[in-house]
Design a protein around this ligand. Sequence first.
Ligand code: ZN
Length: 85
Amino acid sequence: MSADGEFCYVGIKKCGCMASAIVDCERTRSKEIARFMRDTLKEGLTIERAPIERVRKELMHCPHDKKAEKGSQEGPLFAGAGGEA
Ligand SMILES: [Zn+2]
């Protein structure tokens, strides 16, 4: 019943949406958090601390990402394919 009070570390994308998160509690090992931070920074995300309630609502709800994917992936699969047979 005491779900509030827990915090997460979240990876924030450039558009401001949450892309990833790890719960920051006693059960989470500092090694795991360190790895999460390293990976998150590697992906170019910003790390913030947020209440778990907010993370549950906002995590992975990025309307910008879908648009970007559709716009940039206009069939690059067949570009420059060698026609050897
Ligand atoms: Zn977004």
